[in-house]
Write a protein that binds this ligand. Sequence first.
Ligand SMILES: [Zn+2]
Length: 397
Amino acid sequence: MSKLIIKGGLFFDGKNSPQEGLALILEENMVQDVVPVGNLPTENDATIIDAAGCTVLPGLIDCHVHITSAGDADSSGERLEPDTALALRGANNARILLESGFTTVRNMGSRNQIDIQIKRAIESGYIVGPRLITSGMCICMTGGHGWMGGREVDGADEARKGAREQLRAGAEVIKIMATGGVMTPGVEPGSAQLTIEEMRAAVEEAHKAGRKTATHAQGTTGIKNAIRAGLDSIEHGIFLDDEAIEMMLERNVALVPTLVAPHHIVKGGVEAGVPAYAVTKANYVYKSHIESFKKALKAGVTIAFGTDCGTPLNRPGANALEFQLMVEAGMTPLQALTAATSTAAQVCDRPNVGSLAKGKLADVVIVQGDVLADVTLLQDKTNIKYVIKDGKVAVSR
Ligand SMILES: [Zn+2]
């Protein structure tokens, strides 16, 4: 039996204030126990990792990635690439995400369900990567946001069928487009798209199959339509008004803000090669996005970590910048890290990950320094000393 003991350092269990003087005992792929260092047996056959000077955290979770995208300034070339090119890039991105401390990621929309094949390749051991939660193709309206790689549907029956098709292919979450967005030319972020009836039909199918739903929702009307249709999480949530926040609280709908997505577009701009239509739209939404995040945080909305990585200049592996933006917008480091661990696990419906306690899966990251004092430490990969997934050391530096 393989046993791994991580001793000392600052221990963050995914939820509570960090503690010192603890040891994490991993056996096979599970957390066997968390005990005071003094209570460790003096003799054992375990491999011991000394975490002195480091923070020990649950493997990080990103609730919103685009695993087949590179994060190029102008991704229009990707739209013309064959599926094989996307799959191979996805395999490379999967490794990069794991190496940067993300042991679980949720993919939000994938042309021809490529994400499901990437997941299977990871599980078969052909490639390395995080636990991947897949959506298959996103459900969008004809010509709506995401249509180029999505399942276009019109009417409740077609939305139902579109969701069933993704479930048949093995999707574990259904991604539904409630509004326009930044990255589709000619589509406005503020405009409502799929109707309540269409979304409700897709949600019903997902929930019958025991799966969660997530919605790309930026404009206020579309956000409220999505909540009324029963969606489980609002992705982006750029234009949240008080009523939308009240509705989210009432129905326990989570927000996955992805602050870093417009951040990169606004910061890089057309000078960095981002298409002008995307820069104009990102500039238009940027301030409201941060204001909405602040309002939701203050009101106590459940907020989970997500990056939308794969959007312009938002490269896989640089996901940890989102922690900094969350803290700059008012979260404590503890809140930001909780958003990417226990809260993300709850939003992704994966209770076995995102926290370190007896019986949980052995996904652990060990980072040099005190991450709860400085979340930017996560942005430098050389600080990430160990990534352990399923009880196995995937990265050691
Ligand atoms: Zn996205």
